[in-house]
Design a protein around this ligand. Structure first.
Ligand code: PLP
Length: 400
């Protein structure tokens, strides 16, 4: 277990408004004024720092959020985007070009899978999907033109855990960058500290925690973030998926309660996982000693945030999964909805929703049953009562 404390690191970033308000102000300017024409020219060409130019590259509100995110990850810098997919696609396109090759985990989020499998190939970027927990397979997939190894710390929906240190060793040998999506496990893992070059997030999920917007983040060293916003070649600057300053400010405030939320999501998910197994419903949860990656999780995780809020149960068929989800929604357990990291419980049938872009043969290869029901466990105060209601649903459907 690691001793790094991302919550303390965020708390150490004291930011106030110009008027000493205890929150940074919302700066809703698209453009910024200069006293001297020469300073504007120098700023434009990256020869002067310290002045804001235009909100498509930097805005003071976004900067406040970036400072806190960089502290949380232990990186020099960060940049925030209008969605998680924007963070992922900008990062990949900054690192890959026509003729390059990417080795990617086959269990990545469906949108990322589709981007790599369809869109990148259209641009002449070659992609090999691998089981990223099989190091021999990852090594064997690397080619002289491999520029990126891409994985998620905690995979969707089977919650496999990546060994970031091992993958970094392979990336170094291949001369590639290791990019890690840590959306499922903020604070629990610090992938940059474990060896990732770049960490990406969908902040839509746990980081914001309110399901009121989509947003993303890229955390890396200063040189990479500078390259992203370069006026001539920066993918973020040129594609322009910027996060609005109002949203950046509201996410920043939510970020300061992330550690408490992660602890409660984890406590509740662990309780449900244990109880499901007790009644004979097979639960996949990395906090259980029986989970295939429990040991590596314990080695890599930060202390004090638990094993995360994601949990999967196998109901064998999609029809059975749908029946349970519809009944649970009716009885107020949560919502039949995609996404995760919300304060209420969300559930979806992965193979028919968030992983539906992944072809059936790959779903089969990764061991995903069509009746796999994924829970993003909420912040329920009385999780024992929640479980009793789920048990009633299972009994009513004659599943137990
Ligand atoms: N990464 C993961 C692991 C996700 O689950 C998702 C969305 O579900 C994304 C990235 C994409 O994020 P967004 O929907 O904010 O674009």
């Amino acid at each position: 277990m690691n001793k790094f404390d991302p919550a303390a690191a965020i708390n150490a970033v004291q930011q106030t408004s110009a008027e000493r308000g205890i929150n940074p102000s919302i700066n809703d300017s698209a453009t910024f004024t200069f006293e001297k024409g020469q300073t504007m020219t120098d700023t434009f060409h990256g020869e002067a720092t310290g002045s804001y130019l235009y909100s498509r590259n930097w805005n003071p509100s976004a900067t406040s959020l970036c400072r806190a995110l960089a502290a949380m990850e232990g990186t020099e810098a960060a940049w925030v985007t209008g969605s998680g997919m924007a963070a992922i696609t900008c990062t990949l396109l900054q690192c890959l070009q026509n003729g390059d090759h990417c080795v990617a985990s086959m269990t990545v989020y469906g949108g990322t899978f589709a981007f790599l499998n369809n869109y990148c190939r259209r641009l002449g970027i070659d992609v090999t999907f691998v089981d990223s927990t099989d190091f021999e397979e990852v090594k064997a997939a690397c080619k002289p033109n491999t520029k990126v190894i891409y994985t998620e710390t905690m995979s969707n929906p089977l919650l496999r855990i990546s060994n970031i240190g091992k993958l970094r060793e392979i990336a170094d040998k291949a001369g590639a960058k290791l990019i890690v999506d840590n959306t499922f496990s903020p604070m629990i893992f610090s992938p940059y500290k474990l060896g990732a070059h770049i960490v990406v997030y969908s902040m839509t999920k746990f980081i914001n925690g309110k399901n009121d917007c989509v947003a993303g983040a890229i955390c890396a060293d200063q040189a990479f973030i500078d390259s992203l916003v370069d006026v001539n070649n920066g993918t973020a600057m040129l594609l322009g998926p910027v996060l609005d300053s109002y949203r950046a400010t509201s996410i920043l405030k939510n970020l300061y309660t992330l550690h408490v939320r992660m602890q409660q999501h984890s406590r509740n998910a662990m309780y449900l996982a244990e109880k499901f197994n007790e009644i004979g419903i097979k639960a996949t949860y990395p906090g259980l000693p029986t989970h295939i990656d429990h040991k590596i999780m314990v080695e890599e995780m930060n202390e004090g945030f638990g094993f995360g809020g994601m949990l999967a149960i196998d109901l064998i068929t999609a029809e059975r999964a749908n029946a349970l989800m519809e009944l649970m929604q009716k009885k107020g357990i949560g919502f039949l909805a995609v996404s995760l990291g919300y304060f209420r419980t969300l559930f979806s049938c992965s193979g028919k929703s968030t992983s539906s872009e992944v072809p059936d043969e790959i779903q089969h290869k990764m061991g995903m049953s069509e009746g796999l029901l994924r829970y993003s466990v909420g912040l329920d105060h009385d999780i024992a009562h929640t479980f009793e209601v789920i048990k009633e649903c299972l009994k009513e459907l004659k599943f137990i």
